[in-house]
Structures are given as C-alpha cells and as structure tokens.
Design a binder for this molecule. Structure first.
Ligand SMILES: Cc1cc2nc3c(=O)[nH]c(=O)nc-3n(C[C@H](O)[C@H](O)[C@H](O)COP(=O)(O)OP(=O)(O)OC[C@H]3O[C@@H](n4cnc5c(N)ncnc54)[C@H](O)[C@@H]3O)c2cc1C
Length: 434
C-alpha cells in the first residue's frame, strides 16, 4: 500500500514545531551566529536562553526524536523523524534546542548500542540530557575517506590503553566533555578488524588541540569548530574501549548511516527555506517592465529547483521508510543516494538563489552567503560523494549476472528468434508464415 499522508496527530506536532522553529530558533541563529555557538555548553547566556525552549520541546514530546523510548525519546521512527528534521533544517540552532544535533546523536547511538552500563551512566545519560557535548575523532590529517589508512595507535599497558596519533576535523572538540577516538590496536588483523574505538575524557593528559581549524564560514584562524587534535601518550582505563577489540570499523559504520540520513533530512528543510527566498524574490523584484517571476529564464530556475527538491524529499522519506520497515541493511543504497544527492541539490538551488538575489545575494545581509560558504561541507562530511557513488554502484550491481551469450539479453535479433519460437504454434494456427 502506498500512502503519502501524515497522521493528523503528528501533523499537529509538525505545525507546532514549524512555528516554534521560525519564531524561537531562527532568531537564535541571529543572536548567537557563531557556527560553534549551539555546542558551547560553557556559555551561560545562550544556555539560559535555550533552557526554557527545551522544556517546551519536551512538553510537546519532540525532544531527542531520534531515540526510542528506552533512551528517553518518543521512538517515532525514521519517517516521522525525517518530517521533523525537515522543519529543524531551517535553523542552525534548532537541532540543539530539540536534542538532535550531530555529532552527539551518532555518538549517543553507538554508546547505546555498544556501551557497557557504566559507560552509559557516565557518558550517555548527560549527553541525552543535553548537559554536555561530545566529539567523534576518526579522520586523520593524511587520510579521511579511507579509514584503512589510519595510523593513530592504541597499545595495551596493564589495565590501560595508551593512545598516540593525530586526528583532523574533530568537530566540536573544543566544547566536548569526551571524544570517541578510533585507533589501530592490531596491525596484523584484517583491514576491518585492525581498529578499536575508545572513549577519551577531554581533560585526559596528552589530549591537545593543535588548532581549531577555521573553514570558509569562520573568519578568524583558530576560531573554527573542527579541531586538529594530537593524542600523546593518552592513557585511558581498559573499560573505556567502546565495543570489543577490533570492532572500531563496525562501531563507526553503525554511527555513520544514521548521521548521513539525518543530514539529508535537515538539508531538505534548508533547501526549502532557500527555495522560499527565491519565490519571494521572484515576485518582489521588477525589471524591464515585469517581475522576475514573469521571466521565462527565472521560471526555469524555479521549476528546476522545485523538481530537484521534491525528488530529494521523496528519496529521503522513502529511505527513512525503508529503515523503519525493512530488514537491517536494506536502506544502505538509499542512504548513499541521499548522501550524494543532497550535496548536489543544495549546491544547485543555492547557486540559483544567490544569482536571483543579484548583488544582495553575495553579501552577508541574507543567510545565503553563510550557506553558500558551507555548502561544500555536505559533500565531504561522513565521507565524500565518490565513495558513496561506489556504494550505490555496488548495491545496484549486486545479483546482476553477465549476459548468457555473446550478445546482451536485450539483443533484438536473438530475442525475435526466441519470440517467434514462443508463439510459433499460435502464429501458425493464424496462418502466419514466418
Ligand atoms: C564539516 C565537516 C565536519 C566533519 N566532522 C568530522 C568529525 O567530527 N570527525 C571526523 O573524524 N571527521 C570529520 N570530518 C571529516 C570527513 O569525514 C572527511 O572530510 C571525509 O571523510 C573526507 O576525508 P578527507 O577530508 O581527508 O578527504 P580525502 O580523503 O583526502 O578525499 C579528498 C577527495 O578525494 C577524492 N576521493 C577520495 N576517496 C575517493 C575514492 N575512493 N574514489 C574517488 N575519489 C575519491 C574525493 O574527491 C574527495 O573529496 C568532517 C568534515 C567536514 C567537511
């Protein structure tokens, strides 16, 4: 059965969230504009402002909607989460106000899936409560897209593990209470069994932020949110391994699938906001005797953008539905498709929106400039587009057999001969002489 409707009770929640995000969260984006601001739990002012907002979200049962009831979330499933994340994607602050901000969502998921009870009590619970933030430290300065190249090491020493190495682009390390670090623990093991995952409290001696690397969006060097981190003789107790020895790759994969689809859900919302800006501009600006909306080239821009946005939205929601209803792993190709397509659609719609706003579109007087500067992020974060295209290709090739003969199975002369044979009796009865 196919059904594209939202149940009225949940639609009412979405309507509430839509108004709330526009009124409360988009305004936070203006008052606290720094990219890292939502994660800065030490900023007493922003925390005081968001505390009552979070309470309102909890009253609506919309807090931490990525989690099931066992972890304090409502357990709506991925499809409903997708619809909600579309709303939250309008605002940089909204995921923090609703308890669904990356990378904490993914870190919470792996703590829930692989953590011991002690690890959950100490690290997961305050994360779920929104009292602390965390970081995921996997990419290295010399290797990102291929984890098999990682060299950061952990060696066992008595009851401890000692970590040495460097990590690159560890988002929010500067605000994090703990970092989840992937390190090689067995050089001899197979490529996917060489690494393990560790929980490292941020204050552990030997954890050093070399630089808070500034991206296009951040103007001052060392004021960025993605850290270059050095681990020198960092000693953690043996019970700080997350998952078993050699399970680092498995733990990372478990976290990245969810992270990717959640980014895609929010990107749909961001694209929608950008599209709304385009349509408003089109009916507001007059040139050469008519509005922009009446120019055929502008209509083409709007039509293309709307088609691409709706296609992306359906792809994301269908993938979310697949996660909810099909066996584990069934959504793998879909998630990779969302990952590739969201980067393209965001880029293309943004480019048109900036162009349609003329000189104003290039300034910092609309949100477009900030979004444009960070648009390349989405094609890299959680793995570059090319890697996901490979996943898609593997998915669609799975089970495909080579052609049985010399020619492809759709070869017309071969098929025609077979078809004539198939219908020979009937054709002969009808007096057709082949
Ligand atoms: C905003 C942002 C936040 C991030 N946050 C985190 C974080 O919190 N923790 C963390 O560990 N990492 C984080 N990352 C890092 C991210 O995971 C890496 O950027 C990504 O995996 C790519 O690695 P790389 O940057 O080293 O690029 P590289 O691996 O050097 O790849 C560069 C380019 O090479 C090409 N390429 C690479 N592999 C292939 C291939 N197999 N086939 C064809 N072409 C290929 C692609 O064009 C690719 O873009 C973040 C990145 C961004 C942009």
């Amino acid at each position: 059965m196919w059904d594209f409707s939202t149940d009225p009770e949940f639609q009412a929640k979405l309507d509430w969230a839509d108004t709330f995000v526009r009124e409360e969260c988009e305004t936070l984006d203006l008052v606290f504009p720094d990219g890292g601001a939502p994660y800065d739990v030490r900023n007493k002012v922003s925390r005081a402002v968001i505390a009552p907002l979070r309470e309102k979200v909890k009253e609506q049962r919309l807090w931490a909607c990525h989690l099931g009831p066992d972890l304090g979330g409502p357990g709506y499933g991925q499809l409903k989460l997708g619809l909600l994340n579309e709303v939250l994607g309008r605002s940089h602050w909204a995921p923090t106000v609703f308890g669904t901000a990356a990378p904490d969502t993914g870190n919470a998921e792996i703590l829930a899936m692989f953590g011991t009870q002690e690890q959950k009590d100490r690290y997961l619970q305050p994360l779920l409560d929104g009292d602390i933030v965390s970081a995921f430290s996997m990419t290295e300065p010399h290797a990102g897209a291929d984890p098999k190249e990682f060299t950061c090491r952990a060696r066992q020493d008595g009851d401890s593990w000692v970590i040495d190495g460097e990590k690159w682009f560890t988002s929010n390390a500067r605000y994090a209470s703990f970092l989840i670090v992937m390190a090689v623990t067995d050089d001899e093991a197979g490529p996917h069994q060489r690494m393990s995952m560790f929980i490292v409290p941020a204050e552990t001696p030997g954890v050093e932020i070399v630089r808070n690397v500034a991206t296009f969006v951040e103007s001052r060097e060392d004021e960025g949110t993605h850290a270059y981190v050095r681990y020198t003789g960092v000693r953690v107790p043996a019970d700080h391994m997350l998952g078993g020895p050699g399970e680092g790759f498995k733990v990372a994969q478990a976290r990245l699938g969810g992270g990717r689809i959640h980014h895609a859900m929010r990107t749909v919302g961001k694209c929608h906001r950008i599209f709304d800006m385009m349509t408003e501009r089109a009916v507001s600006r007059t040139t050469q005797g008519s509005t922009l909306a009446q120019k055929q080239s502008v209509q083409t821009m709007l039509a293309e953008s709307w088609i691409e946005l709706q296609q992306l939205r359906l792809l994301v929601l269908h993938t979310a539905w697949t996660i909810d209803t099909q066996p584990h792993g069934a959504a793998r190709t879909g998630i990779a498709m969302c990952k590739v397509q969201m980067a393209k659609v965001l880029h293309d719609i943004l480019q048109r929106a900036v162009h349609l706003h003329g000189s104003l579109g290039t300034t910092r007087e609309t949100p477009l400039a900030g979004w444009w500067s960070s648009a390349p992020h989405i094609g890299l974060v959680d793995g570059p587009t090319e890697v996901h295209r490979t996943t898609i290709a593997k998915g669609v090739l799975r089970g495909q057999q080579p052609a049985a003969g010399l020619f492809p199975s759709e070869h017309v002369p071969t098929r025609l001969a077979a078809a004539r044979e198939h219908h020979a009796a009937a054709l002969a009865a009808a007096g057709v002489d082949l």
